[in-house]
Design a protein around this ligand. Structure first.
Ligand code: MOS
Length: 734
């Protein structure tokens, strides 16, 4: 039955990707394709007084310069700009009017016969502005932050319990603005199909979301515009909402009635969305060897002036630790910046960093091993709604992770472990994320020659969706994986949400199973009409599809080749569409968990930090593909190293301008920063969460990693740095 599910199947799209056959948004061509380049705002807030495009227009090869003055008609109401996953508020409208809301905002689109000419001509567009005062510094606005509603209600009396606790820890932690920086630049190729019909090749995590957005912004008929995105070179949340390049490319195509491509530059991608800078205030109260007495967590995150983007930073302690007195609050500070967005494990990556550093500091105050503190405060029930988990093998993560790491050899004393000129530190932290499932429809067309085409309008953002879809379909239909072809990333395919939140694997796999079941029933129905059928009295639940046959589960000799069944039913194909029911009655908490153990080595003289060993043990339900899922954890750990030690967006707040909007100066880990990483999954059967027991693995890998590193740095050096990234200057300052 499970020939492919649970195996390390290599990516079925791997060959296409390494040979260059896989086409990305900027690689589609069309006759007469024109190329667009952006002019972006050099001020942070105000109005455009004048745009002089005359010099740009004189460049040979320039076709047009489009601004808010000469753009085609666009919707005038906010509602039209609200995509499926829009934040609360009034969405930014690309090239709509003369108002500047953030630095790097597009103000003109130059279209030319080739990309270099467009880019050169864009540098010749002169823009005059009327500037308004602005604020881009979260620290300056923290007192103006407003509270947002979160579902976690307060429990007990956290203030009083904290005041009365034997041991207390209270501190502020800081996470700077971070960017997704996917390898693939945001890009759109719009092909003009005549009569105003458009095919939009876009880099996105949700083709149908982009399709609906464009149709409503430009007042088009749904059938006149389709969005296609077969491959995505990384997105991590940056492609959940339609980004401005797609609207601008369509503006240019409609203005000129021709095909247009727009590829953003790396610096222009810093005008898009990002993980918001956040101040996390933690207060933990405890007594020795008991549950926590009090947890208070307040986050202040930045958002834009025009939208309130917020995620759950603060209530994660409810998923992890026993505590009767809790209070959570999430606040937003409005700045003159573009709206933040989801970025891998949004909320948790930031909030759990702070929580898990605070737990480590509490362990120090309690003179307790930090792993032991996790065991004595362990909760088998989700605390806020007081309900059980569908499954929670976090204890196993702690145990197996600690064993693989050799945690029991740790000397608890900071600065006690050395190797030559380096201080050695060992730290650990917990990770937690949600396990969600969304409604999603799958279509399967099975042909009499034993081939199946499986399709849905979902995305593969590099996570391996093509491959897990093929694995599940092959097993459910009893076909060799090479006989299964996958179609996704096309808005005309059956209904799918955006790929995000780690929900896609559970959503698509269960829907493939449901659709395959419909095919099985159809085939079984036909067998009843066949003379002398060995399955004459079989019920749908008694048969399965295996090795190209419909076969009795009880007696493998009672089988009929699918080809024979289809011939008997005069069917050359069976075409079924179905969606797995999504049931969540709220009875169970649904989460993935992990335990992360880290070794750092810190050069005592210079302060250089190396993360020399990481063990990450995760519990994430049933693992569909042990190879690609492992890669998801590995990528999460690498990113956690970046978050802890490298990543930071630096804004010159006098100008509201990002100073390191490029891959040279926005630091992230490179090969030389990465040593030994051991990621694995602990076994976590889950018969409750969904029929296939799938939880999703895209985000859990990053959560907790930065905290484990920060805790290891403290253990190595005795120095606690709470504001990320932990750089040499912070480590050395008094
Ligand atoms: Mo993910 S941050 O939901 O793409």
């Amino acid at each position: 039955m499970a020939a492919y599910i649970g195996t390390p199947t290599s990516r079925i799209d791997g060959h296409a990707k390494v040979t260059g056959a896989a086409k990305y948004a900027a690689e589609f061509n069309a006759p007469g394709l024109a190329h667009a380049s952006l002019v972006t705002s050099t001020i942070t807030k105000g109005r455009i007084a004048k745009i002089d495009a005359s010099e740009a227009m004189r460049v040979a090869g320039v076709i047009d310069v489009i601004t808010h003055k000469n753009r085609p008609t666009m919707a005038s109401r906010d509602k039209a700009y609200k995509d499926d996953v829009a934040a609360e508020g009034s969405p930014y409208r690309p090239l709509y009017d003369d108002e500047i809301k953030f630095n790097g905002q597009p103000v003109a689109v130059v279209v030319a016969a080739d990309a270099d000419i467009a880019r050169f001509a864009a540098s010749l567009v002169r823009v005059e502005y009327i500037e308004d005062p602005f604020v881009t510094d979260l620290l300056e606005q923290r007192d103006t932050a407003h509270e947002v509603e979160r579902p976690s209600r307060p429990r007990g009396d956290a203030e009083a319990a904290f005041a009365a606790a034997e041991v207390r820890h209270e501190a502020d932690y800081f996470i700077p603005t971070e960017y997704h920086n996917p390898m693939e630049l945001f890009a759109t190729t719009v092909t003009w199909e005549g009569d105003g019909k458009l095919t939009v090749y876009d880099k996105t995590q949700g083709v149908q979301n982009v399709q609906r957005y464009l149709v409503s912004v430009f007042g088009m008929k749904p059938d006149d515009l389709k969005v296609v995105s077969p491959y995505v070179g990384g997105a991590f949340g940056s492609g959940l909402r339609p980004q401005f390049q797609v609207a601008l490319a369509v503006i240019a195509a409609r203005a000129l009635e021709r095909s247009v491509r727009l590829v953003l530059t790396r610096p222009q991608m810093y005008g898009l969305s990002y993980r918001p800078a956040t101040i996390e205030h933690l207060a933990l109260g405890a007594k020795a060897l008991g549950p926590l007495e009090a947890v208070m967590h307040e986050a202040i995150a930045q958002t834009s002036e025009y939208e309130d983007f917020n995620r759950n930073d603060v209530a994660w302690a409810d998923q992890l630790y026993k505590c009767g007195n809790t209070r959570y609050s999430h606040k937003l500070a409005k700045l003159d910046v573009s709206t933040p967005s989801d970025m891998r494990a949004p909320g948790a990556a930031s909030g759990v960093y702070a929580l898990e550093c605070a737990m480590d500091e509490l362990a120090v105050a309690l003179k307790m091993d930090p792993l032991q503190l996790r065991f004595v405060t362990y909760s088998d029930r989700e605390q806020n709604a007081d309900r059980p988990y569908s499954s929670k093998k976090l204890r196993e993560c702690y145990r197996q992770g600690a064993a693989a790491f050799g945690w029991e050899k740790r000397n608890p004393e900071p600065r006690s472990m050395r190797d030559g000129s380096e201080l050695v530190g060992w730290g650990m932290a917990t990770g937690v994320w949600e396990a969600l499932q969304m409604p999603l429809t799958v279509r399967i067309v099975m042909t009499a020659n034993g081939h199946a085409e499986v399709s849905s309008a979902t995305s593969d953002i590099g996570t391996g969706t093509y491959t897990i879809m093929a694995q599940v379909a092959a097993d459910m239909l009893g076909l060799p994986i090479d006989n299964v072809s996958i179609k996704l990333g096309d808005s005309t395919l059956s209904e799918s949400p955006v790929e995000g939140g780690s929900w896609l694997a559970a959503s698509v796999a269960n829907s493939i199973a449901t659709t395959a079941e419909a095919i099985r029933k159809t085939l079984l129905g036909v067998t009843k009409t066949m003379p002398d059928s060995p399955l004459a009295d079989a019920k749908p639940k008694d048969v399965m599809l295996a090795d190209g046959k419909i076969v009795s589960k009880k007696d493998a000799s009672r089988a009929i080749p699918i080809a024979d069944v289809m011939r008997a039913g005069k069917l050359d194909r069976i075409d079924q569409k179905a969606a797995a029911p999504v049931k969540d009655d709220g009875k169970y908490a649904r989460n993935t968990h992990s335990a992360v153990f880290v070794e750092v080595r810190v050069d005592e003289q210079i302060g250089v930090i190396r993360v020399t060993r990481v063990v990450s043990a995760a519990a994430a339900g049933r693992i569909l593909n042990t190879k690609t899922a492992h890669s998801q954890l590995l990528g999460g750990v690498v990113w956690g190293i970046g978050m802890a030690l490298h990543e930071e967006t630096l804004t010159d707040h006098r100008f509201g301008r990002i100073m390191n909007a490029n891959l040279g100066e926005y630091h992230m880990p490179v090969n030389a920063d990465i040593y030994d990483i051991n990621c694995f999954f602990v076994d976590e059967p889950d018969a409750t969460i969904n029929p296939m027991g799938i939880k999703g693995v895209g985000e859990i890998g990053i959560v907790g990693v930065a905290a484990a590193i920060a805790n290891a740095v403290y253990h190595a050096t005795g120095k606690r740095v709470r504001d990320l990234p932990i750089t040499i200057d912070k480590l050395r300052r008094d």
